[in-house]
Design a binder for this molecule. Structure first.
Ligand code: SF4
Length: 619
């Protein structure tokens, strides 16, 4: 077996927690492998990388994967040339290795470019530099500290620079981050269709995204000005000593047991979101190894809503303090310490105390306000949900990177509480910037009066963004703007706030997403299931909520499903721009997947409101 090496992604991971390097090197299951949002980001990231590389027409794509020593040797052979641009050059020094996105060598000078799909404002950066400040990646005042959100990216490129200095001693190295520049606009439509995603299918049938390739023409490429190369020499100089020291330590630990990696690790609230905290059915769990006996209490203290903000009786971090006391049960949290800094009980602390109390009692909490809030509702009531996407490389000319595309809404209308809801929906199927049609069709559906019920502030925020975008795209529609303003200023009732502050069910634990709340109520609320059957004509499976029951649909030989917002974004992309985009039958199948998912979101809101109505004695 090849010895472990410290890659740049290993380094990045270890910087977030020392113990993670051990779990990565030793093949512990990682819950990010199943994360659809990260998968979507990866697709965008590969396309941005392919775009950055396409600008280097003479670039040599180096094959890799036959072993790091062979890969490195191929790089060294190429670097023997006086002038060369390499893609995926492999650097290897001791057991530290990195694959460089773009390496451009001209004589004694080498530009090292790391491509990131992260957005940044190139115009703001240039203005900052011209005014004598340090650019958009750093603070506005001396000593111009690097913003924390950029540290990881800059450490990544610093790690590569340190290796390259040893591989090519004596050359001048100029490091650049290649970033998605939100101050630039797309000049042509359908930019993602100019890229091909390359996947590899394993023996078990699973597929893995490998890379992306630019497949457009040179003329189209000339219109693709969406990324900016940012000189980060100064930032690399600031970070190099820290990075060198940390990398040397991680390298020295590569073959060590967990006890060496975990010297001084802190078991904190961050562990709740650790990638090595996996399903109980997994054969091994990094979280369990870090937390030992403290991993097992149920309910666990890490389930407490916003535990990261809580202080212990001695005002140290609550999680630290609990670990110090060898306690990790939710029920061991001293409730007296759940207060604000000034000793008052704020809304968050109230919610935390409620979670502990009602979980202990196995009971449901209803605020004294909930009945009044339900009573104040009046028909017609429009339960709405939006599906949107923001992609690194936009589909429509005039859009900036990560600009908003509103592609779908669903609305259940209830004339008065208890009535069977009627459903309306809209899904964009035309290849034009859809945001204006989205708003106009919504207006047609929900009119100029009536309450608009949502499950977050997202719908209101989206309408505000559409107003800003209409202006940018030159659409002069004052009436539509007035209508949207009235909706978000006067008509929206956010049921998510009710779930946060007026209601608690032990099955929700510390969470309040619509899927979590529906799932918490579904199994125990027979009237809810009856209502679902009466309204939809479908059979309600007591053991699984309707989201879990959505069966996958086979499209082009692959079973597809949409269970969350990221899945909806992917399905929309497939429908509009995927391989089946010109096949009406397949397009309809994608549309069907999207519609039933979004419809379920708004129906769930009605079902939950009906549940609350029953709870407060109004049904
Ligand atoms: S569980 Fe916590 S300590 Fe262990 S690897 Fe994850 S973040 Fe680090």
């Amino acid at each position: 077996m090849a010895p472990h090496t410290l890659s740049k992604s290993d380094f990045k991971l270890a910087r977030t927690c020392d113990a993670k390097l051990f779990f990565r090197e030793n093949g512990y299951p990682d819950n990010r492998d199943m994360n659809p949002y990260l998968a979507l980001l990866a697709e965008g990231g590969y396309m941005v990388e392919a775009l950055a590389k396409a600008k280097y027409v003479d670039g040599v794509q180096l094959e890799y994967g036959r072993g790091v020593v062979d890969d490195y040797q191929r790089t060294i052979d190429q670097l023997g040339r006086d002038q060369v641009t390499l893609f995926e050059a492999t650097l290897l020094v001791g057991r530290q290795q990195a694959r460089v996105d773009i390496l451009e060598k001209k004589g004694n000078t080498v530009r090292l470019l790391e491509v990131k799909a992260k957005s940044f404002d190139g115009a703001e950066h240039a203005a900052s530099l011209s005014e004598g400040r340090a650019g958009a990646l750093r603070g506005k005042k001396k000593p111009y500290k690097i913003f924390s959100e950029w540290v990881e990216k800059l450490e990544d490129i610093t790690f590569q620079v340190l290796l390259l200095e040893k591989v090519l001693p004596g050359v001048t190295i100029k490091p650049f981050l290649v970033l998605v520049d939100t101050s630039k606009n797309a000049l042509i439509d359908n930019i993602p269709s100019l890229f091909e995603l390359v996947r590899r299918t394993s023996a078990d049938g699973s597929t893995r995204l490998l890379t992306a390739r630019y497949t457009g023409s040179p003329e189209q490429l000339a219109h693709l000005d969406l990324v900016t190369e940012v000189d980060v020499s100064a930032e690399v100089a600031m970070l190099r000593d820290d990075v060198a020291e940390a990398a040397a330590i991680y390298e020295s630990r590569l073959d060590s047991p967990l006890s060496v990696h975990s010297v001084g690790i802190e078991r904190r609230s961050k562990c709740g979101a650790c990638e090595f905290r996996v399903d109980e059915s997994a054969e091994k769990s990094g979280f369990d190894e870090c937390w030992g006996a403290l991993a097992t209490p149920r309910p666990h203290m890490l389930e407490l809503f916003s535990i990261g903000t809580c202080k212990a009786p001695d005002r140290s971090s609550l999680v630290d303090w609990m670990v110090g006391q060898q306690k990790a049960s939710l029920f061991d949290i001293p409730e007296d310490c759940l207060v604000k800094a000034d000793g008052r009980i704020g809304s968050n602390a109230e919610r935390q105390r409620r979670q502990i109390e009602f979980t202990r009692r196995g009971d449901v909490f209803l605020s004294t306000d909930l009945r009044g809030k339900v009573e104040a509702l009046h028909g017609p009531m429009y339960f709405i949900d939006f599906e949107t996407s923001r992609l690194a490389l936009p589909y429509h000319a005039g859009m900036r990177s990560y600009g908003l595309v509103t592609f779908q809404w669903s609305c259940h209308t209830v004339a008065s509480l208890g009535d069977k809801p009627t459903h309306a929906e809209w899904l964009n199927k035309t290849d034009v910037w859809p945001n204006r049609a989205f708003a106009e069709s919504l207006r047609e559906a929900i009119g100029d009066s009536g309450q608009v019920l949502t499950w977050s502030h997202f719908e209101g925020t989206t309408l505000k963004q559409i107003i800003a975008d209409l202006d940018k795209f030159g659409h002069v529609v004052p009436e539509l703007v007035d209508w949207m303003t009235d909706v978000f200023e006067n008509r929206i009732v956010d049921l998510h706030n009710w779930a946060k502050y007026d209601f608690y069910h032990p099955g929700m634990r510390g969470r309040t997403s619509i899927k979590v709340v529906l799932d918490a109520l579904w199994k125990s609320d027979a009237p809810m299931r009856k209502q679902f059957e009466a309204w939809t004509g479908m059979v309600a499976d007591e053991s699984r909520d309707p989201y879990a029951s959505l069966p996958p649909v086979e499209i082009s030989g692959v079973f597809q499903d949409v269970h969350e917002g990221t899945g909806a974004m992917r399905a929309y992309q497939e429908m509009m721009y995927g391989v089946d985009k010109n096949d009406p039958a397949k397009k309809d199948m994608w549309a069907g997947l999207l519609q039933r998912y979004c419809e379920l979101d708004t129906l769930s809101m009605v079902l939950i409101l009906e549940h609350w109505r029953r709870c407060v004695g109004l049904a």
